[in-house]
Design a protein around this ligand. Structure first.
Ligand code: PGA
Length: 248
């Protein structure tokens, strides 16, 4: 049984005061949920959020990291720095990073391997563009992204990975993939894992859907056979909507 993971990706949002306010309302409204909840917040509020979620089962996540341990990489952050703040999860290869910051499958692969080495759980993001979907390239694109990201990743590490399928055309656009479309690609990703690592391992990797997940579509998405959670952008910024998703 895979436990659903609902992760909020705050992107470049929330000052300290705003972060505290949001987390406090989330804590009050969460109740006893069986899903894993992760908040991937900006670096500047990691320590604040860590403190605010103490005693709850909300986990701390970051949105990116560098693949080197340390060095002359102005503006970057290392796995050890994240761990020091209590981070357990790290989003890797989000489409916005691939699109605006030139991340490639190669750098994504280096980051995944470093995160695993440092015992951080990567939330590896993959997904096709609208053009790729419309020209029937979805499956090829996603397969290539998954296989390249997991190059030289050992089977024994696969229990410590989360994959997020996020069609780029559905991110922040209000256009959600239909639950069936999302499930189809996610089932396909599971099959790619099966071919590479065998059935047993393919069955333990949680695969989330991301892209305009909202309280009013979460249940339908989460009820799909292969979808194990959601990576939520916009609607993780408001307590009410994120709670609606958590309590789907
Ligand atoms: P969205 O973003 O929920 O705002 O579409 C999802 C994501 O980028 O992870």
């Amino acid at each position: 049984m895979r436990i659903p993971i609902i992760a909020g990706n705050w992107k470049m949002n929330k000052t300290t005061a705003e972060a505290i306010e949001l987390v406090n309302v989330l804590k009050e409204g969460m109740g006893d949920t069986d899903v894993k909840v992760v908040i991937c917040c900006p670096y500047t509020v990691l320590a604040t959020v860590k403190k605010a979620v103490e005693g709850t089962n909300i986990k701390l996540g970051a949105q990116n990291m560098h693949w080197e341990d340390s060095g002359a990489y102005t503006g970057e952050i290392s796995a050890d720095m994240l761990k020091e703040q209590g981070v357990e999860y790290v989003i890797i290869g989000h489409s916005e990073r691939r699109q605006y910051f030139n991340e490639t499958d190669e750098t994504v692969n280096k980051k995944v391997k470093k995160a695993l080495e440092k015992a951080l759980i990567p939330i590896l993001c993959v997904g096709e563009s609208l053009e790729e979907r419309e020209t029937d390239k979805t499956f090829d694109v996603v397969k290539e992204q998954v296989l390249k990201a997991l190059e030289d990743v050992e089977a024994s590490d696969m229990k410590n990975i989360v994959i997020a399928y996020e069609p780029i055309w559905a991110i922040g656009t209000g256009k959600t993939a239909t639950p069936e479309q999302a499930n189809e690609v996610i089932a396909y990703i599971r099959n790619v894992l099966k071919e590479k690592y065998g059935e047993e391992i393919s069955e333990i990797v949680p695969i989330q859907y991301g892209g305009s997940v909202k309280a009013n579509n979460a249940t339908e998405i989460m009820n799909q056979s292969d979808i194990d959670g959601a990576l939520v952008g916009g609607d993780s910024l408001k307590a009410e909507s994120f709670l609606g998703i958590i309590n789907f």
